[in-house]
Design a protein around this ligand. Structure first.
Ligand SMILES: C[S@@+](CC[C@H](N)C(=O)[O-])C[C@H]1O[C@@H](n2cnc3c(N)ncnc32)[C@H](O)[C@@H]1O
Length: 294
């Protein structure tokens, strides 16, 4: 493994919190016990890997694939009759800097390797960054390969998703009042970049709704366009504003293609309208990408 690959693998490990994954399982266990008024077993917390190996393994797998891992079935022995309840502990236990999962992070560096080896010109952008992890990986890649002439554009409202306003997004309200965990401030994302020593003048933040910021942004050309705004509206706004700036040989990555029907629909409609026939490749159960041939 080259030094560059070692750095990028370590960066992914940390962005995904894989390196301290057992701590997330510890939190899951502690909150589960508290929710059913049971005593927390300190030795189990200490030896979580040995005592709850299945839960640790399940969490590892989910982190690889960027799948939900925070739901737990817990049986409450004190209830009469004894009952089982489903706990959703996402708001308490999600600590990673990206929710994309290992396979989708590997896809980012795969695309960047091709861009670098083939000198595909242009900057990199992510539309929808949450805590910034995937964009931090992009900046880390530029840094380790000393690619000093490209920018990373980091576009987000930094206050969560919009309340759906289009019929195509009906039923998909992930706005801050429903999903506070998705609303991460600009300051927090900048702080995350600086914790990795990657906050500098190659990183440009575009704060606001995509419909307001993206078409006005002083972006000349893009080698990588990564869409992660979940909704039809957010995906379509990003494609309309930026697709024509992607250079030949550049990549379009859609994080939610397999996960959210509104996002997939926006991609399908946009491709049909613009006669795009470059094949869509699957990354995992959710992510997909294509390479622009013309
Ligand atoms: C699923 S999260 C992104 C996850 C992130 N890419 C990662 O690697 O963990 C979706 C993000 O998109 C942002 N977002 C969605 N639609 C938006 C819009 N129309 N304008 C601005 N930000 C938007 C939200 O604020 C949120 O941070």
């Amino acid at each position: 493994m080259t030094l560059q690959n070692k750095y990028l693998e370590l960066l992914k490990n940390i962005l995904l919190n894989e390196i301290y994954l057992e701590n997330e399982v510890r939190f899951l266990y502690i909150f589960a016990m508290l929710s059913i008024n049971q005593k927390v077993d300190g030795s189990l917390v200490r030896e979580i890997g040995k005592r709850l190996p299945d839960l640790v393994e399940r969490t590892k797998q989910a982190r690889q694939e960027g799948r939900p891992w925070w739901n737990l079935n817990v049986s409450d022995p004190s209830s009469s009759p004894p009952s089982t309840k489903m706990l959703s502990l996402r708001n308490l236990c999600e600590f990673s800097h990206t929710m994309a999962g290992r396979k989708r992070l590997d896809n980012i560096t795969y695309c960047l390797d091709i861009i670098r080896n083939n000198n595909v010109p242009g900057d990199l952008i992510e539309t929808g960054v949450w805590r910034g992890g995937s964009s931090i990986l992009m900046r880390g890649y530029l840094s380790i390969y000393e690619m000093n002439d490209r920018k990373v554009w980091v576009a987000d409202s930094f206050e969560g998703l919009p309340v759906p306003s289009l019929p195509q997004d009906a039923g998909y309200d992930f706005s801050a009042s429903k999903m506070p965990i998705l609303a991460v401030s600009l300051e927090e994302v900048q702080e995350n970049f600086s914790r990795y020593n990657l906050l500098d003048d190659q990183v440009h933040f575009l704060k606001g709704w995509f419909s307001d910021t993206l078409s006005k942004a002083p972006i000349e050309q893009l080698a990588l366009l990564r869409l992660d705004g979940d909704l039809y509206e957010s995906t379509m706004d990003s494609l309309n504003a930026l697709y024509h700036k992607v250079t030949t040989g550049g990549f379009i990555i859609v994080d939610d293609y397999g996960d959210f029907e509104p996002c997939r629909r926006a991609v399908t409609e946009f491709r049909e309208t613009h006669g795009i026939i470059d094949p869509i490749e699957k990354i995992d159960w959710a992510g997909a990408y294509w390479r622009k041939s013309q």
